[in-house]
Write a protein that binds this ligand. Structure first.
Ligand SMILES: [Zn+2]
Length: 340
């Protein structure tokens, strides 16, 4: 459950990141480059007992995005004094200590952190964080899918906190200031709501551990790309080894491809894929793979069944597929009736 005081991790760290990007010339291995890590350590009563703040000197995107410059007040000159990602990340991990429960506001920070760590081939010592925004939505707004930005959420809870700018360490402090009231709201939930929230949290943690793969390809047509066995292979999200397909990649409607693969040691993996066309006219592939739960495996198998019985020219739209299944099923029951 969310309550941190009942958790058994030794350290509870709230963290936030600032990152920069380039809309003109993004590097697909690291589209978002972290420029600041800010965090605070809280005790069991959610009091801040220590803070961490460090700038990172960018290697890919040296020019700050206009919007980021405006909201953070950062300058390129300031970032030049930052440390390298590898050094700052190692300092941060050492500061956190072993056996740490991370908390963030929102689901974006951890995947960006993983991707930056992977880019610099730095090991990732953390498990996915608890998403305080999701728990806040579930406990205070009636649904985990209700997302509110941090400052609106503070206002919603009547928490007054003055911060000088939108910077990582201040945002971490604002998140920390929310925790007690979120925890109190969770304690008020009935049994069913709590179970739903637990299930959503577990799913989000699996998604946060996704393996993301974005890469430009040499293909102009989807059919050619889909035939490339090496690109279509799904690595196991836990061990990275080759998996076997349970259902192959198929168009689930609206250009989103799905697949289920299985690793002999780690069970099922859920794959999502879509394509975009690059400025050179060739396709860029985006894949997301994470450990699948039983329901997701059944869901994708069912959709694949729909796909197979839908006439190819109608497959581009999911509603068509559902219609095809209805027809197929009513067709079946008619034949059955005739037999009787
Ligand atoms: Zn595996």
């Amino acid at each position: 459950m969310f309550s941190l005081s009942s958790g058994d991790c030794r350290h509870v760290i709230v963290f936030d990141l600032e990152w920069n990007q380039s809309s003109y010339n993004p590097n697909h291995r690291m589209p978002h480059e972290i420029i600041e890590i800010g965090a605070c350590r809280v005790d069991r009563e959610y009091r801040i007992v220590d803070t961490f703040s460090a700038l990172i000197r960018p290697r890919l995107y040296k020019k700050l995005d206009k919007h980021i410059k405006k909201v953070t007040g950062m300058t390129e000159a300031e970032l030049e004094n930052g440390g390298t990602f590898s050094d700052v990340f190692a300092d941060f991990a050492a500061w956190c200590g072993e056996d740490t429960q991370l908390i963030t506001w929102g689901r974006d920070d951890f995947p960006v952190l993983r991707r930056n760590a992977a880019f610099y081939q730095t090991p990732m010592p953390f498990e996915p964080p608890m998403d305080a925004q999701l728990v806040f939505g579930g406990a205070c707004l009636g649904s985990c899918h209700q997302q509110m930005n941090l400052h609106a959420a503070l206002e919603h809870q009547n928490i007054l906190i003055e911060v000088p700018a939108h910077r990582a360490v201040y945002d971490a402090q604002c998140t920390a200031a929310m925790l007690r009231s979120i925890d109190e709201a969770v304690a008020q939930l009935d049994e069913q709501k709590r179970r739903q929230m637990d299930a959503t949290i577990a799913r989000e943690k699996r998604i946060a551990s996704s393996m993301l793969r974005s890469q430009p390809t040499r293909y102009g047509y989807q059919t050619d790309l889909l035939a490339d066995e090496q690109l279509m292979n799904i690595p196991c999200p836990k061990c990275g080894r080759r998996t076997a397909f349970d259902t192959p990649w198929f168009d689930s409607g609206r250009e989103k491809y799905l697949a289920i693969a299985s690793c002999p040691s780690h069970g099922f993996a859920y794959g999502q894929m879509h394509f975009k066309r690059g400025s050179n006219g060739l396709l860029i592939m985006h894949q997301r793979v994470y450990s699948a739960c039983e329901e997701e495996v059944q869901d994708v198998r069912e959709r694949y069944r729909l796909y197979l019985i839908t006439p190819p020219r109608k497959r581009h739209h999911r509603l068509n597929m559902e219609e095809a299944v209805r027809k197929n099923e009513s067709g079946k029951s008619e034949t059955k009736n005739q037999e009787e």
